[in-house]
Design a protein around this ligand. Structure first.
Ligand SMILES: C=CC1=C(C)c2cc3[nH]c(cc4nc(cc5[nH]c(cc1n2)c(C)c5CCC(=O)O)C(CCC(=O)O)=C4C)c(C)c3C=C
Ligand SMILES: [Fe+2]
Length: 513
């Protein structure tokens, strides 16, 4: 946690130029834009869950009042046009006032030592947003997570060993939190910044305890994933909502969630800066293919559960390329997805196959751009820098470069600070007796509703991770994986019902009793 003393005097918030716009895939086929707003006001709201708040652009407030929720058809141009100036008429001094403002950064977390790897993997696979079992088998989530994490740990450990024995994620996220705090203070918004990880320390629960101890009265929740996915921001927000639902203090605390921010100008510019800088290291910069590599998700997340991740990713890449074009950088570019695990189909094209294809097509210079995550981590330091580089060189690429992750890059941090500031005025407006604003900001929905919007039935998804694999072809691999999963489930059911079996012998299952 990065905290600082409470403000000694009320502060003036500089008028920001853009609002965060939140977009979600609300059905399988139609990409819709939703701006959620929810005054968390004692006695006025259903006291459950986490609330999404955003400053709705003024043109949308009338429909807000009618339906309580703005859902307009998504189109790339309006998306940017929707970015209006912030909360006209709301005095900046009401934004902070006597409030004790906190920012909660949500992130994935990573093992800090090799001993942490297996329990970290357990936490990851125990998450129903990563492995979603049929309702009947939910009881097996934790034993299955234990089983898979034990099997996968040796391979993962090798990876973490090769990058220095642990994930750098905690260190980097702490540094980002500190820089964000400084930036907010420099912009006259004295706020504490907290880090809550999903799968490792400091866990979200630890951050929340600190937030309560510090007496935070206004909280901005900011997942550190630029693009929204069920498996990342969605999972963190679902957890947070469960924590909020059960806690009187949190339920009554004003809060705002910024679910995704890939379209923000500062973020786009910061990415373009890094790419431009790295292109200069090539002898013939204009011949370099810019290769965006995003963390993948299983295809079913997008096609069956309506995860907006792919659409947001594609739009994000387009925005960065448009920004580069304005700077007369008109290189060819491509987007592919990396880090797939398990037998099911993930988002395509896959990074490894694309590298081989580009080599075959005679591309000689490639600049890899990690796009789904803002810190260095195992998949940039090991998968991209070692595995994909080696593959590229073998495939005929002669010059390989890689854009660093944003980390604490100043344009980026400053833009995150602006995103936080821009999300504050409406909370302030609702706290003061701005009746009109309150009426137009009818309680709209909780995160549960948001998540239900794209994932209404929470249908079971094919497990993205493999328990074991054999076979040579893709299809055989898929069916082997499914058969293996079924066999494991049957074995686990037998274990649980009879109390006997190999997991009991290994003293694995009794741990969860
Ligand atoms: C936007 C980023 C990420 C998405 C989407 C995502 C989905 C996703 N991941 C797994 C499985 C694993 N992820 C692991 C590590 C890991 N994942 C991300 C980001 C996204 N994951 C990061 C930044 C990291 C690294 C953290 C670190 O320690 O540095 C791992 C563990 C590493 C390994 O064994 O390879 C697994 C496993 C799934 C199944 C999934 C979508 C369903
Ligand atoms: Fe992952």
């Amino acid at each position: 946690m990065t905290s600082a003393p409470s403000p000694s005097s009320s502060s003036c918030i500089p008028s920001a130029s853009r609002n965060p716009n939140f977009s979600f895939l609300l059905s399988r086929s139609v990409l819709l834009r939703a701006v959620y707003s929810f005054p968390s006001h004692r006695n006025r709201i259903r006291c459950s869950g986490l609330h999404l708040e955003a400053s709705p652009p003024s043109s949308l407030s009338s429909s807000l009042s009618r339906r309580g929720c703005v859902v307009s058809r998504y189109a790339p141009q309006p998306l940017r046009a929707l970015a209006t100036s912030v909360a006209p008429g709301v005095p900046s001094s009401s934004v902070v006032g006597d409030d004790n403002v906190g920012v909660l950064l949500l992130n994935l977390g990573g093992p800090e030592t090799l001993e942490d790897v297996q329990p970290f993997l357990f936490n990851l696979f125990a998450d129903p947003d990563i492995i979603r079992l049929p309702r009947l088998f939910r009881i097996l989530q934790r034993p299955l997570a234990q089983f898979i994490s034990v099997l996968r740990a040796p391979k993962s450990k090798e990876g973490y060993a090769s990058i220095g024995g642990g994930s750098p994620l905690r260190q980097i996220t702490d540094a980002q939190a500190e820089e964000l705090r400084k930036s907010l203070w420099a912009k006259d918004v004295p706020a504490n910044v907290y880090v809550g990880m999903r799968y490792w320390h400091p866990f979200t629960e630890e951050a929340i305890d600190q937030i309560k101890r510090d007496g935070i009265t206004k909280l901005v929740v900011l997942p550190l994933y630029p693009q929204f996915s069920i498996s990342t921001s969605g999972s963190s927000l679902r957890l947070l909502e469960n924590i909020f639902r059960e806690d009187e203090y949190l339920v009554n605390m004003q809060h705002t969630v910024i679910p995704s921010w890939y379209q923000r100008e500062g973020y786009i510019k910061a990415m373009a800066n890094l790419i431009e800088e790295e292109l200069k290291t090539f002898d013939d910069p204009e011949k370099v293919v810019i290769f965006f590599s995003a963390h993948g998700v299983p295809l079913a997340y997008v096609e069956e559960a309506g995860d907006p991740y792919k659409a947001e990713m594609e739009e994000c890449v387009d925005l960065i390329m448009e920004e580069l074009e304005k700077r007369r950088v008109i290189n060819s570019f491509t987007l592919a997805y990396q880090s797939r695990v398990g037998p099911v189909e993930w988002l395509k094209p896959y990074t490894d196959e694309t590298i081989i294809d580009l080599g075959k097509k005679g591309v000689k210079s490639l600049l890899a751009v990690p796009i789904s995550f803002v810190s260095e981590h195992i998949e940039t330091l090991e998968e991209i820098d070692v595995e994909y580089k080696e593959l590229a060189l073998k495939s005929g690429i002669e010059k390989w470069g890689r854009v660093p992750a944003l980390g604490c890059e100043q344009t980026f941090i400053s833009d995150l600070a602006d995103a936080v500031i821009e999300s504050l005025p409406y909370v302030g407006a609702m706290a003061v007796s701005n009746l009109e604003a309150r009426q137009s900001l009818v309680p709209l929905g909780s995160v549960e509703e948001l998540l239900a919007a794209y994932d209404s039935q929470r249908r079971e998804l094919p497990p993205p991770v493999t328990v074991w694999e054999w076979g040579w072809t893709k299809s055989a691999e898929t069916w082997n994986g499914r058969a293996a999963m079924l066999a494991v489930l049957v074995l686990l059911v037998l274990e649980v019902t009879t109390g006997e079996g190999f997991l009991h012998q290994w003293v694995v299952l009794p741990l969860f009793r």
